[in-house]
Design a protein. Structure first.
Length: 298
């Protein structure tokens, strides 16, 4: 592989304590449910690739599950299909119908939810939803205010957007297929999420949740981005070549979460690497109007 990724090129030694802790979390998870009672959520991205590699070093027959939303890079699809023993899931509703019915995923999942709920309030009673106020303050069901749960000052203008905004994209394209699979098979997931990924995830610091409504394991929660690259290089783990094209995150191609922070952003990257996909999203799906309104270059 012609490596152009500086994090790979400059990778250092693996943190042996983190690695052993992760292995122990996986052992405990499998001990609790059995190899045939668990699966590794495998997106084709670097994090889940590392998790699957570690898990299969311990349990070669462990199942991988790929949720094909229809929004993945071609390189991701090809990379995932190069693996054996991976089940492919698909959503019931494609992306273009999700955005038509619910709205565009912009800014972040939290902000999209706050904006959507604010725009669609049917009651002014804070006991049932939240009060429409200048602060756009979210009120919990029992009436206690939560200061974090409000629309950011930078994005209040999105309340007046001429298009629908929603946080339900991930639920429809990713969570629903996964939960359907879990209900059908009884398998419990292992996810390659890290606490460093977002403030939201950093609050969920328990790695193995056995007694939750949806039992879930997050063996990489204490890892960093560089820990992932260190592991990939030291153990010579093949990874998707999209990371050598300038992609720092793979995921859904057309997702607008966080792109206001990226330079270049995913639309500027696919314009060069996948011009047909760029044209489809910008011109046929209508992302041009959304990005123009948000003031994001593409």
């Amino acid at each position: 592989m012609d490596n152009k990724n500086l994090r790979y090129v400059n990778a250092g030694p693996v943190d042996s304590e983190k690695l052993e802790y992760t292995r122990e979390l996986i052992r405990c998870w499998v001990d609790s449910w059995g190899v045939k009672g668990v699966y590794v959520a495998f997106s084709g991205g670097k994090d889940s690739t590392v998790l699957l590699h570690i898990a299969r070093q311990l349990y070669p027959g462990i199942l991988g599950v790929f949720n094909n939303t229809g929004l993945e890079l071609p390189e991701i699809n090809a990379f995932v299909r190069s693996y054996d023993n991976v089940v492919i899931l698909r959503p019931k509703m494609p992306f273009h119908k999700v955005i038509k019915k619910y709205g565009w995923p912009i800014i972040s999942k939290e902000q999209a939810q706050f904006i959507s709920e604010f725009r669609n309030i049917k009651s002014e009673d804070p006991k049932h939803a939240r009060a429409k106020s200048p602060n756009l303050l979210r009120l919990r069901w029992f009436g206690r205010p939560n200061g974090r749960s409000k629309i950011s000052e930078n994005w209040k203008f999105a309340v007046d957007a001429p298009f629908e905004i929603s946080h339900k994209c991930c639920d429809k394209l990713k969570k629903e297929p996964a939960k359907r699979f879990e209900k059908q098979t009884g398998r419990k997931p292992m996810l390659g999420v890290m606490a460093s990924e977002s403030q939201l995830r950093s609050q969920r610091h328990i790695c193995n949740l056995y007694d939750a409504k949806r039992p879930i394991s997050k063996p990489l929660l204490r890892w960093s981005e560089q820990d992932i690259w260190n592991y990939i290089r030291e153990f010579k783990v093949p990874y998707c070549k999209a990371y050598d094209q300038g992609w720092e995150r793979t995921g859904c191609i057309f997702c607008m979460y966080g792109i206001h922070k990226d330079s270049p952003n995913r639309f500027q990257i696919i314009k060069k690497t996948h011009p047909k996909l760029y044209d489809f999203c910008i011109n046929k799906l209508g992302a041009r109007d959304v990005l123009d309104f948000m003031g994001i270059p593409y």
